[in-house]
Design a protein around this ligand. Structure first.
Ligand code: MOS
Length: 725
């Protein structure tokens, strides 16, 4: 029998189905009569379609139809924010094929549907479009001055008199940081297979982080009652935020399937994976002032990120700077600049991963100027209370992260002088940083069904985007009812299941996990009532419950529960924290950086499954390596288009870039954050990692590269800020 308990390092319950190919992804559903759609992408960044000629494409045998703005059915216009989409920014959502306007390069402008995907792709090249071009702007650097306060967002809260405190501080640093666009690039391409039933109702297999979000969106756009449109997404090959909003492929697939009355699949190409949301380009300025003994007197953090013309996408970039350290004078400012690009979207640890990068690099700089060890500086400014939210923390074991991480890494042996460690042609550097991510909780529900044979089935309309949801939810259910894990099945990814939020924000365990626990507890109470015992039966195990069911000849019992954040929870601030220590080797002549060692010590509340939890943090660290050294979507501003839209030119860390990574989970008790005491781990592994690496590069070389990624050309172009011994 497998150990069912919360805290056991269970291997993924869906692992075998994935490696054997049994798991079906959105484009894997074979359906008789399936037609294939290929998207035609706009060649211009801004303007209008003057003429669109589909004659040649339609003449190809096997081509069924070409959908354009001229013939696409008139549909309901996009709803105001929040009405049809769970995570839409303020503004007017983009809808494909609505009119002749082109709002960004590679916008979908036609869908060719044919008997095979090869035919559709070939015919797509024959669609002839004449455009009227207008001048476009896609360069954030040239448009910083036009930034505005984002609509529909409350400004991050400032306190004290930061500008004055900064001017009067004994030691000051001020630095600007540029970060490039990054694209999510999950392995699985975005795809949807849409199957119309006899009665006209639709089954939609989609790649998404939220089946009910897609369902609501499609139902509103195409005027379907929810019971006639079902969205399924049992397996997702990575998403990282790119699947939080419904994407144009699913919209076009539904449009085509309805019009043609045939099953239709639309799969994007890898190039087209660069034609919707992304982590926005970002400018930041951080100014820190400290007393001579290293107390922070002022924190100033300003940021401008880009957004589209039609929506104000925002991130909480600067907010962590008001939270992470004890400081009475904080000024935070965040603006967005409109460009002729698609709307950015959440990408793993949105906001915090970018903002904490700048803050934690600036902390390293001021530590250097003060002559104080970077870790000691953080200890001296440790925040016991959330000054930004003016609340106590529900729990905060960041100090233990610093201590345990430092010990494991050997930080105490660090020579503070940059350039003091070397091995032949290689300079060696050690850097550290702090990470923080809010521990959120959303309303969620789940249903639990127990049979007299002792099998427990639990379900919720959540997702498993590779994070381990199937496994940890089964563990929580098995643990709650004291059943063997083999007897428990958790199912997800079906819009007809009990309501759950999109899988994102690291809130799935806290939200859905709490609902799973509540549904199982409710089920136990129902069965105990059947036993007609009045004394406390809150600990009755599965065996005992099954005996009751058999005795009373009950074949199946079920219970459904919904859980919302508790009132007590609202009186505290909830964050996961981390301390990251990194070692880099920098080649003297080539400026190449290798991350040879990372220790990430994480305080994330109770760890439901140390094995899947560790994988989340490892993935986050690898993202941090990519953010620091590799990832960058390059725009040709003359065309307004991303040029390195493939995995040969868009660099992500590969196995050779990933060396010795170590994860420590620090003990953290918390009975306020949610009934499970778990904070969520999907994003904390990334936050701060790029800063730890950049700080290690400075320690190795004495060169401070603030703009990411730290490529050899940038590193070699920089003179050391100090003379290296
Ligand atoms: Mo994550 S960016 O909330 O999927």
């Amino acid at each position: 029998m497998m150990e069912p308990r919360i805290g056991a390092p269970i291997s993924r319950v869906d692992g075998a189905s994935k490696v054997t190919g049994e798991a079906r992804y959105a484009a894997d559903h074979g359906v008789p009569g399936l037609a294939h759609g290929h998207v035609v992408s706009s060649e211009i960044a801004k303007g209008k379609i003057l003429r669109i000629d589909t004659t040649a494409a339609l003449a190809r045998p096997g081509v069924l139809w070409v959908f354009t703005h001229e013939n696409a059915p008139r549909l309901v216009p996009p709803a105001p924010r929040g009405e049809s989409e769970e995570v839409a920014p303020e503004g007017s959502a983009f809808r494909p094929l609505r009119n002749a306007r082109v709002l960004y390069s590679s916008q979908p402008v036609a869908l060719v549907v044919a008997e095979t995907s090869e035919l559709a792709r070939d015919a797509a090249s024959l669609v002839d479009i004449e455009y009227v071009r207008q001048d476009h702007a896609t360069d954030l650097r040239r448009n910083l001055k036009r930034a505005h306060k984002p609509r529909g967002e409350t400004a991050p809260s400032s306190r004290g008199r930061a500008d004055r405190a900064w001017r009067e501080a004994a030691v000051q640093v001020e630095a600007e940081f540029w970060m490039p666009v990054e694209h999510h690039n999950p392995m699985e391409l975005f795809a949807a297979t849409v199957v119309p039933d006899e009665d006209g109702s639709l089954t939609v297999y989609d790649k998404t982080q939220g089946v009910q979000n897609v369902q609501r969106y499609l139902c509103r756009a195409f005027k379907y009652p929810e019971h006639r449109l079902r969205v399924l997404s049992p397996f997702v090959g990575g998403a990282f935020g790119s699947g939080l909003r419904p994407q144009y492929h699913v919209y076009l697939a539904v449009l085509a399937a309805r019009a043609l009355k045939r099953p239709v699949r639309v799969t994007l190409t890898r190039q087209q994976m660069f034609t919707f949301g992304y982590r926005p380009a970002l400018w930041q300025r951080v100014a820190l002032g400290a007393s001579a003994d290293g107390r922070l007197e002022a924190i100033i953090h300003e940021a401008v990120s880009e957004t589209s013309r039609f929506e104000d996408y925002t991130e909480h970039v600067v907010d962590s700077s008001g939270l992470l350290y004890q400081c009475d004078n904080v000024k935070l400012d965040y603006k967005v600049a409109k460009l002729d690009l698609y709307t950015p979207m959440d990408m793993r640890a949105p906001g915090a991963s970018s903002g904490v990068y700048a803050l934690e690099c600036a902390m390293d700089e001021i530590a250097f100027h003060l002559g104080i060890d970077p870790l000691e500086l953080r200890m001296r400014n440790y925040a016991q209370r959330d000054q930004a939210g003016d609340k106590p923390f529900g729990s905060k074991e960041l100090r233990a992260c610093y201590e345990q991480g430092a010990r494991r890494f050997g930080w105490g042996r660090r020579d503070p002088r940059p350039g003091s460690m070397r091995d032949g042609h290689t300079q060696i550097g050690w850097g550290m940083a702090t990470g923080v991510w809010e521990a959120m909780q959303e309303p969620a529900s789940a249903k639990a069904i127990l049979t007299a044979e002792g099998n427990l089935r639990v379900s919720a309309a959540t997702a498993d985007i590779g994070t381990g949801t199937y496994t940890v939810m089964a563990q929580i259910a098995a643990d709650t009812l004291g059943l063997p894990l083999e007897n428990v099945t958790f199912t997800l990814g079906d819009s007809s299941m009990p309501d759950a939020p999109v899988e994102g924000g690291s809130f799935t365990v806290s939200s859905v996990g709490s609902a799973v626990r509540a549904a199982c507890e409710k089920l136990r109470r129902k069965i105990v009532r059947e036993a007609r015992r009045s004394r406390d039966a809150s600990r009755w195990s599965g065996d005992r419950l099954i005996k009751v069911m058999r005795r009373r000849r009950i074949a199946v019992m079920e219970a459904q529960a919904s859980v919302e954040p508790s009132g007590k929870r609202e009186r505290y601030s909830h964050y996961a924290h981390s301390a990251i220590f990194a070692e880099v080797h920098v080649d003297d002549d080539f400026g190449t950086v290798r991350v040879t060692r990372v220790v990430s010590a994480v305080a994330g509340g109770r760890i439901v499954n140390p094995k899947t939890a560790r994988s989340q943090i490892l993935g986050g660290i690898v993202w941090g390596i990519g953010m620091a050294l590799h990832e960058e979507s390059l725009l040709d501003h003359r065309l307004g288009r991303f040029m390195n839209h493939n995995l040969a030119d868009y660099h992500v860390p590969v196995n050779a870039d990933v060396q010795d990574l170590e994860v420590i989970f620090v003990e953290e008790q918390d009975d306020i954050v949610n009934p499970l005491g778990a904070k969520g781990l999907g994003e904390i592994g990334l936050v701060g990692t790029a800063a730890a690496i950049a700080n290690a590069v400075f320690h190795a070389t004495g060169r401070r590269v603030r703009d990411l990624p730290i490529t050899p050309d940038r590193l070699l172009a920089r003179a050391p800020v100090i003379s290296v011994a």
